[in-house]
Design a protein around this ligand. Structure first.
Ligand code: AMP
Length: 191
């Protein structure tokens, strides 16, 4: 099962992706986690992306596309994956479609985690207090939500045109949202 989660930051993509990963036994591939690991390890990529990441900006498409192309070629992604945080731009979406076409395994479903912006902001500020993520400052949060509207909403439309988008009410509890996702996955599986 190849699953993509889209939604603004604070919509619960990471939490739901982890639940999907452990329930269905597919790897959780999160580009934000990959970048945080690169920064923590002090790699060249980590140094390059840190100022962009901290400001809540978007890391250049070519770098992200190389990163995801490499990750999807690992054997654990052969039978499926749940992708979180990529693609964030139309260029990334088109590159992902190409990569998946090359390996003959298109996405099965794209979940659109729908939630109002104010709830996202409250959740992100709460996370800033708990986890101290360097991009959870009020300024970076505003930039990230703006970029979601400008760069990532067109990605949802791109997949809607492919008939792959299933909307999810993402403001509920973790269990409520996961139940909705599971019901949709059963239907997709039955198609
Ligand atoms: P996330 O953990 O998904 O919220 O991502 C945290 C940050 O990593 C984002 O605000 C961007 O700076 C960067 N990032 C993660 N994924 C991407 C992507 N697909 N394209 C560009 N930047 C990304």
């Amino acid at each position: 099962m190849r699953i993509l989660l889209l939604g603004p930051q604070g919509s619960g993509k990471g939490t739901q992706a982890q639940r999907i990963s452990s329930t269905y036994g597919v790897p959780h591939i999160a580009t934000g986690d990959m970048l945080r690991a690169a920064m923590a390890a002090g790699t060249e990529v980590g140094h390059r992306v840190k100022p962009i990441y901290d400001a809540g900006g978007l890391v250049p498409d070519d770098l992200m596309i190389d990163l995801i192309r490499d990750r999807l070629s690992h054997p654990d992604a052969e039978d499926g994956f749940v992708l979180d945080g990529f693609p964030r731009t139309l260029e990334q979406a088109e590159a992902l479609d190409d990569v998946l076409l090359e390996i003959g395994s298109p996405l099965d479903v794209v979940f659109d985690l729908q939630i109002d912006e104010q709830t996202c902001i409250e959740r992100l500020l709460g996370r800033a207090r708990e986890e101290g993520r360097s991009d959870d400052t009020p300024e970076a949060i505003a930039t990230r939500l703006q970029l979601f509207r400008d760069a990532t909403l067109p990605v949802i439309e791109h997949y809607r045109a492919q008939g792959k988008v299933v909307g999810v009410h993402a403001a509920g509890t973790v269990n409520e949202v996961f139940n909705e996702i599971q019901e949709a996955l059963e239907q997709v599986g039955a198609r």
